[in-house]
Design a protein. Structure first.
Length: 334
């Protein structure tokens, strides 16, 4: 298996001289942009310029992905990489964006596999074209089956269990786990892990993450319907901040805790409006995914030996340690 990957890397190197100068366009509705410019050209690495396509399932406006992108761009600038980023929350569109990258003959692809079945064919096509593929953020249980080189992210089930244990410690009894996208493997794994470790009662509440007013009203209605809910667990920072409003609107006694951070969420933990957050370190995921492809191309390295994931979380952010993280959040990197 590893011998095949080395052959693939050589093939990608041969193609490096024939790259298109501009980012490809997409008719699938995905957002695409080329990043780096002069900064990347002045990168510290003296290795030949390589192009990496990063394709995620990001929904427009979700601040989490800004952190992924910033980490990816930091690695690209250092490694003399041209980073072409594109995204679509629609799995079929995301697969089309991967196909576009293959057609462009990029040197490496980093992708999220929130819907692994949708990625299966295009990852196989990338491998057949001699383009190495790394996974990050979503698809921990599937990256090896899909044939990716390596994976960077959080074991969401284990993170969910750690979350549940913390809820046990603080005495929560009845938690609702708010899922903003049904069928998204990483999100479902978080709630499953929570259910496994939490000694109280828990159920999933599905909301439409693309419509925040609807998210707010759905959580509010649930809290009004069941006044025994004492914990709202959200799976993203914007949803936690919305849940704080829902709790107030419902006149509920529930507390809010969440997975994932952004600048406003860090402030909410500081102020005590959100109890704690689990940080999977998205900046680190973006950075390692790009850097991993550079290391593979230039030195044949496999993070995790090509068999184990590289875990970037769970790191808990609480009132006790939030101040030291706040300075990085102010910069927009945590």
């Amino acid at each position: 298996m590893h011998r095949h990957h080395r052959t693939a890397a050589l093939a990608a190197t041969v193609l490096a001289g024939t790259l298109l100068a501009a980012g490809c366009s997409s008719s699938s509705g995905g957002k695409e942009s080329e990043e780096g410019g002069a900064e990347a050209a002045a990168g510290k690495a003296s290795t030949p310029k390589m192009t990496v396509a990063m394709i995620t399932h990001a929904a427009p406006g979700d601040t989490f992905w800004d952190l992924i992108r910033k980490g990816a761009q930091a690695a690209a600038s250092k490694d003399n990489v041209k980073l072409v980023y594109s995204s679509s929350p629609n799995a079929a569109d995301q697969a089309n964006l991967v196909q576009n990258a293959i057609d462009q003959k990029v040197d490496g692809i980093a992708l999220t596999a929130a819907k692994p079945d949708a990625m299966k064919d295009v990852v196989a096509k990338a491998k057949a074209a001699g383009i190495p593929v790394v996974g990050f953020n979503s698809g921990l249980d599937n990256w090896k089956d899909l044939g990716m080189l390596e994976y960077f992210g959080q074991d969401e089930n284990i993170a969910g269990q750690a979350f549940g244990e913390r809820l046990n410690e603080i005495g929560a009894k009845n938690a609702v786990c708010v899922v903003q996208e049904q069928g998204h493997v990483a999100l479902e794994a978080r709630c499953a892990g929570l259910k496994k470790a939490f000694e109280g009662k828990t159920e999933n509440l599905y909301v439409n993450g693309a419509d925040m007013p609807s998210v707010k009203s759905t959580i509010t209605a649930k809290l009004k319907q069941d006044s025994s809910i004492d914990e709202v667990v959200t799976l993203g920072a914007p949803f936690a901040l919305t849940a704080v409003s829902s709790v107030a609107d419902a006149g509920s006694k529930a507390k809010v805790a969440t997975f994932d951070l952004n600048k406003d969420l860090v402030n909410a933990v500081k102020e005590g409006n959100v109890q704690f957050a689990v940080d999977q370190q998205p900046y680190l995921q973006g950075y390692l995914a790009v850097d991993g492809l550079w290391l593979y191309k230039n030195n044949g390295n496999f993070s995790g030996g090509g068999t184990a994931p590289v875990l970037t979380g769970p790191a808990f952010v609480t009132e006790e340690n939030v101040d030291e993280i706040a300075k990085f959040a102010e910069k927009g990197t945590r």
